[in-house]
Each structure stands twice: as structure tokens, then as C-alpha cells.
Design a protein around this ligand. Structure first.
Ligand code: G16
Length: 543
């Protein structure tokens, strides 16, 4: 074991989901080691305990794993379970932590951000409940990173990650495990695989899942291919690559082009399509020539969960992040269950799940999940939809349209202005903040402001308060605009504007989304003065 002298780096503050930076930033001398040691120094429960380790396979994944293993041995971790080839999806890590009662886990991923030498890298810590470390913990890690002056590392050879086996570094035992098996078993326990399999074997449905050359490839091949006997071409881009094949592993209409083209190919197109992101926790659901908005997906799941084996006892409550549309609120109201509104970030759902207040939760950013683990879960969402199709014997589009018919439709869009100057973005938000009190009662093109504030969340379980989570403007007709800055970008600031409009009249459920929201988009531009302040005419990404 060696102690290495080091000096602190500024800016090792974890964002919405761990520390994300350019690969070149992580490659600076001792940069990774400083942050990992700061985690260990804070997570003392790892000493003498079990740790789960793996990542999404992006460039720098195996290098980081080898380093972390040696540092874990020096720190006194008793045992590490690491995924074969260094691969573990974020939901699989959460599943393994819970199943094997680990003290915590480290996940190497920058999620949906591009990879490769010039791309992004990231590191997240999950606690013993399987969920992302809470802000209190990440803030403490950041504090430690500001004054670190040494780290400990074992002098040892790299271990072989390419096949399942056991070995050790010093007193620390290492098990290189099957990345998929435990997770796939959990899925089989939650869903009716027999009925789903029948959909495929009887030729009633064919599917296309885009793994985007990221971590879900092996999971999808095992679950959809082997266990569910889906059509032979069910999984595309299924081999994990260090640069995701040059693509952007973000499952949305802009980045999953190949999948969208296949689903829109006319009457012979697959009846079901889906994609996941770099680390396998996001999902996009498509029908033939039909897109399911993630906020709608959460609402539809909530309304139908009782039809599926894992949720047949009903659901306790639901939660959604602030910017997620209020479609699920309507369902919760009808069902008479609680619906919580949290800040953006999966970590805010942890207490609600642990305290048994909710069963399902989700976010507009293509994330949904349940109390089966403590992360959002891409493959789980795909299986949920497949099981629903099997039970209802309806297409994705029919399921969604009947939902709108019953609960009304929330037209929804998100406009992103990426990599804008951070000062400009801060000023824009500050300007909105100063308007919060004066906007109430004002009218814009017939939309009257009912409430405007800077969202603050009071956790009902640990009573912590999280302030300044986004400006929300609520109109009297239930339309809503939310402004916030992203916490996952690695370049400048990303301004996100979330716009929704609630429409109950079924004859108005067929408008193109941007048309249905055109007036509100204009109002958002006016109130925030976006074009003038950002110097941009159009958003970079619309989802
Ligand atoms: C992360 C968080 C999510 C959050 C998303 C977007 O997702 O885990 O809870 O909704 O970022 O965050 P932002 O709007 O701040 O960029 P992931 O999939 O990137 O880990």
C-alpha cells in the first residue's frame, strides 16, 4: 500500500448525477484518484464491507476500474463484485447492492453524454439502499476534495476483467461477475415473461430495441433475445463500444434516428420500439409511427400497474420531478393516492421509496422506475410496456389514446439551449427570479398567471429543504412553463424550458405538439427574454 501526495482540484462538485467532466479532465494527474479517495473518506461504511463496481463501457472505464480496485484494497474494502468486462448498467448496480447487501457501489458513467477520447466521463456513488448518494453526502465529498493532500493505493497488477473469476488484491477479495444474470432474474420476477414471450412466438408483435452501442446490449440480448424469444433482429446497436459508435447515447427522437426510421417504415414496421442510454437507466418508448412522451408513460404505468404481476397489490403513491408534466397527477387524483413533486434528480425519490410512500416514480428526461431498485430503469420500462401490450392486447398508440380519452392529454415539450455562456444563463435565471412575485395575475395572450415561484422542496421524510430548483409559472387553465439550468452538462450552461398544456377535448388530441404549444412557447420566450439574452434564435434540441 502506498500513500501518494496530491493537491486538490477545484470543481469536483457532483451535479445532478455524480461528477461529470470531459475525459481529458479526468486524465489529469491524480484527478480521478482525488475524487475516489474523497468518496472513500466519506463512505467509511465501505471499510470491511462489500462494494459493487462497474460502468457503461465508455472510454476510460476499465482504466478507472483498475485504479479504483487498487484504491479500494488500500482503503480496506473487504470484497468487490465487478461486472465482466467492467460492464454494469446503473440499474444493475442498484439491484446488486440491494441483493447482496453491499455497503455501496461506484458507477462509472456520464450517462447519455457522448463518450470516446474527446467525450465525457463520470463517476457516481450509490449508497446501501442502492440509490444515488444524497446531496448531503455529495456535498461532503466535494468538501473533502477541496483539501485532499494524499491518497492510498495498493501496488498490484491489473486484474483480468474479461472473464468471470475470483481473485484478490492484498486482503481484498474480488469477484468478476456476470453483468446480466441477477438483473435479468429480478425482471423475470416482476413481469409475466410467459405472456410476453407468447406475443413474439405467436407473431403478434415484433420489436426493435436500440442499445445505442452502450451498456444495455448484453442485457437486451439476454432478456429480449434469449428469455423472451423476440424476433431475431430485435436488438440493434447491441455491442457496447467505448465511443458508442460515434453516436450520442441519449434515447430521444433526435438521437435514436435509426430506431425512429425503422418504426416509421409503414405497415411492416415493428409494433414496438424502445431505446436506452449510455448506462441503461433511461428509456424511450415508441409504437409504430408513434412516440410516447415520458411524462405520459409514467401516467399510463400508474393507471395500469395493477395489471402486472409485480404490482398486482396496487401502488401506494407516485412521484414526479418538477418539470415532468402533470399527467400522472390526474391519475393519482382519480386513484386517490399521493403524488409528490420533487426537484430534478433521481436521488430525491430515494427517501419516498424507502419510506414506502411511493411505488412508481418518473421524470420527463426519459426516466421511470419503481420500488424494485433505487434507480430509474430503462429495460424495466420496456418490459413494463411489453407486459401491458400483452395483457391489454392493444397497440402502444391505442393504449396511449385511450389514456388521453379518460384523463385528458398533457401536450408537452422541452426546449434546450445548450452550451450557452454560464454568466448569461445565471443572469437570465436571476431575472426570472426577480419577476416571480410580479407575474401573478398577469395575462399573456389569454393565459392568466395563477402562481409563479422558484421551486423549493421540503422532503417529507428527512425534512431537508432544497431551494432554487426552477422557476415555475402556472396558468389558470392548468398550462405550465418551467425554467431551469441543467445539472449534467459539461460545457457552459444548458437552459431547459419545459412547456405543457392540458387538453380534455378528444377532438383536439391530434395536433402536432409544437403547434399545440406555440402560444406558450412564445410566452416563455417573452417572459425570459431568451433570444436577446442568449443570442440564439432557436433551441438546440427539442424533445
Ligand atoms: C440525470 C438524473 C436525472 C435527471 C437528468 C437530467 O439523469 O439522474 O434524475 O432528470 O439527469 O438532469 P438535468 O436536467 O439536470 O441535465 P442521467 O440519466 O443523466 O443520470
Amino acid at each position: 500500500m502506498t500513500s501518494v501526495a496530491t493537491t486538490p482540484y477545484t470543481g469536483q462538485k457532483p451535479g445532478t448525477s455524480g461528477l461529470r467532466k470531459k475525459v481529458s479532465v479526468f486524465q489529469q494527474t491524480h484527478y480521478l484518484e482525488n475524487f475516489v479517495q474523497s468518496i472513500f473518506n466519506e463512505a467509511t461504511e465501505l471499510k470491511g464491507g462489500l462494494m459493487i463496481l462497474g460502468g457503461d463501457g465508455r472510454y476510460y472505464n476499465t482504466h478507472a476500474i483498475q485504479t479504483i480496485l487498487k484504491m479500494a484494497a488500500a482503503f480496506g474494502v473487504k470484497k468487490v463484485m465487478v461486472g465482466e468486462n467492467g460492464l454494469l448498467s446503473t440499474p444493475a448496480v442498484s439491484c446488486l447492492i440491494r441483493k447482496y447487501k453491499a455497503a455501496g457501489g461506484i458507477i462509472l458513467s456520464a450517462s447519455h453524454n457522448p463518450g470516446g477520447v474527446d467525450g465525457d466521463f463520470g463517476i457516481k456513488f450509490n449508497t446501501a439502499n442502492g440509490g444515488p448518494a444524497p446531496t448531503l453526502f455529495t456535498d461532503a465529498v466535494y468538501e473533502r476534495s477541496k483539501s485532499i493532500n494524499e491518497y492510498q493505493i495498493a501496488e498490484a497488477d491489473d486484474i483480468d476483467l474479461n472473464h468471470q473469476h475470483s481473485c484478490s488484491i492484498g486482503n481484498m477479495h474480488i469477484e468478476v461477475i456476470d453483468s446480466v444474470a441477477d438483473y435479468a432474474d429480478l425482471m423475470e420476477h416482476l413481469f409475466d415473461f410467459k405472456t410476453i414471450k407468447l406475443l413474439f412466438t405467436s407473431g403478434l408483435l415484433s420489436m426493435c430495441f436500440d442499445a445505442m452501442h452502450a451498456v444495455t446490449g448484453p442485457y437486451a440480448r439476454e432478456i429480449f433475445g434469449k428469455r423472451l424469444s423476440a424476433n431475431p433482429d430485435a436488438v440493434i446497436n447491441g455491442v457496447p463500444l467505448e465511443d458508442f459508435g460515434g453516436g450520442h447515447p441519449d434515447p430521444n427522437l433526435a438521437h435514436a434516428e435509426e430506431l425512429v426510421a425503422r418504426l416509421n417504415a409503414g405497415p411492416t414496421a415493428p409494433g414496438f420500439g424502445a431505446a436506452s442510454d449510455g448506462d441503461g437507466d433511461r428509456n424511450m418508448i415508441l409504437g409504430r409511427d408513434f412516440f410516447v412522451n415520458p411524462s405520459d408513460s409514467l401516467a399510463i404505468m400508474t393507471a395500469n400497474a395493477h395489471l402486472l404481476p409485480g404490482y398486482k397489490l396496487g401502488i401506494r403513491g407516485v412521484a414526479r420531478s418538477l418539470p415532468t408534466s402533470r399527467a400522472v397527477d390526474k391519475v393519482a387524483e382519480t386513484m386517490g393516492i399521493d403524488c409528490y413533486e420533487t426537484p430534478t434528480g433521481w436521488k430525491y425519490f430515494g427517501n419516498l421509496l424507502d419510506d414506502n410512500r411511493i411505488t412508481l416514480c418518473g421524470e420527463e428526461s426519459f426516466g421511470s422506475g419503481s420500488d424494485h431498485i433505487r434507480e430509474k430503469d430503462g429495460i424495466w420500462a420496456v418490459l413494463f410496456w411489453l407486459n401491458l401490450i400483452a395483457v391489454k392486447q392493444q397497440s402502444v398508440e391505442d393504449i396511449t389514446r385511450s389514456h388521453w380519452q379518460r384523463y385528458g392529454r398533457h401536450y408537452y415539450t422541452r426546449h434546450d439551449y445548450e452550451a450557452i455562456n454560464s454568466e448569461v444563463a445565471d443572469e437570465l435565471m436571476q431575472n426570472l427570479r426577480t419577476q416571480t412575485t410580479s407575474l401573478t395575475g398577469k395575462e399573456y395572450a389569454g393565459y392568466k398567471v395563477q402562481l409563479c415561484d422558484d421551486f423549493s422542496y421540503s422532503d417529507p421524510v428527512d425534512h431537508s429543504i432544497t431551494k432554487n430548483q426552477g422557476i415555475r409559472i402556472l396558468f389558470e387553465d392548468e398550462s405550465r412553463i418551467v425554467f431551469r439550468l441543467s445539472g449534467t452538462g459539461t460545457e457552459g450552461a444548458t437552459l431547459r424550458i419545459y412547456i405543457e398544456k392540458y387538453v380534455t377535448d378528444v377532438t383536439l388530441h391530434d395536433m402536432p405538439t409544437q403547434t399545440a404549444l406555440a402560444e406558450l412557447i412564445e410566452i416563455a420566450n417573452d417572459i425570459a427574454d431568451i433570444k436577446k439574452r442568449s443570442g440564439r434564435e432557436q433551441p438546440d434540441v427539442i424533445t
